[in-house]
Design a protein around this ligand. Structure first.
Ligand code: HEM
Length: 227
């Protein structure tokens, strides 16, 4: 009798999926974190306009993710990862009105790397697991690493409220508690090992999309060198 393998019958590894995901992205996280653009921003080498270039790209990225969130509200698994309290687009709109000016909507443009990232978000996110990959990469990163940029905006440029609202997550309450709830959802999602591997792969792609945006920002950052 031929032996067939039903992936659903393979026992899940004892490691919680949230821990696997975190461990799988550790190396690319380091690269994103220490990209030339991030190094320059965190090393106080850029003007506020240099930071604004990043906020502009975030606008297009979050527009894409939050559009997909709207459609995921109707998906059994996806809806577990739709959090109105996380939405960044309204914050970015206020930040950009402050950072760019009242005509910001007419003047901002996505970089080529941002355009590719946005396309990937839309194309990949027909399956909830791939949507979660993109969601996890941005929001958990912003909640954790975003604190560093929030501090930088306050100390270097005196930007505390408008201009830095993107980094305020008041609506989620305690950040560590939120992160724990999020990890519990990752662990409880109805994904077999094959699905989980696919989520990891798409998360790595999401990180690479961010690395590509940082690389393109680095190409133009000579225009924003602080004196
Ligand atoms: C300013 C540069 C960055 C700093 C300082 C930073 C720092 C951190 C820190 C301190 C954590 C918490 C780690 C822990 O739970 O022990 C974290 C988590 C995370 N970061 Fe970053 N990060 C940065 C950039 C990024 C970027 C560019 C991305 C991707 C777009 C990213 C994605 C993530 C994700 C997804 C997590 C959650 C890991 C998990 O708990 O599963 N980070 N980051």
């Amino acid at each position: 009798m031929p032996v067939t393998t039903d992936v659903n019958s393979i026992p899940f590894s004892a490691t919680p999926f949230s821990a696997t995901l975190r461990a799988s992205t550790r190396t690319v996280h380091e690269r994103a974190n220490h990209s030339a653009y991030m190094n320059a921003l965190l090393g106080n080498e850029l003007t506020l306009a240099g930071y604004t270039q990043l906020a502009i790209q975030y606008y297009f990225i979050y527009q894409a993710i939050e559009e997909v969130s709207d459609t995921m509200a109707g998906d059994g698994t996806g809806r577990e990862f739709v959090f109105d309290e996380l939405r960044r687009l309204p914050k970015l709109e206020t930040d950009l009105a402050f950072l760019v000016g009242p005509d910001w909507r007419e003047t901002i443009r996505p970089l080529a790397a941002t355009g590719s990232y946005v396309r990937r978000i839309h194309e990949a996110s027909v399956w909830a697991g791939d949507y979660v990959a993109h969601h996890y990469t941005r929001y958990l990163g912003d909640i954790a690493g975003g604190r560093v940029i929030r501090r930088l905006l306050a100390t270097n440029y005196g930007v505390i409220d408008e201009g830095a609202l993107f980094y305020r997550f008041d609506e989620i309450g305690s950040a560590p508690a939120f992160r724990d709830r999020y990890r519990a959802k990752l662990d409880a999602a109805p994904w077999n090992e094959t699905d989980r591997a696919r989520v990891v792969d798409e998360t790595l792609i999401a990180f690479e999309c961010n690395v590509a945006v940082f690389a393109e920002l680095a190409d133009g950052m000579h225009r924003y060198q602080a004196a």
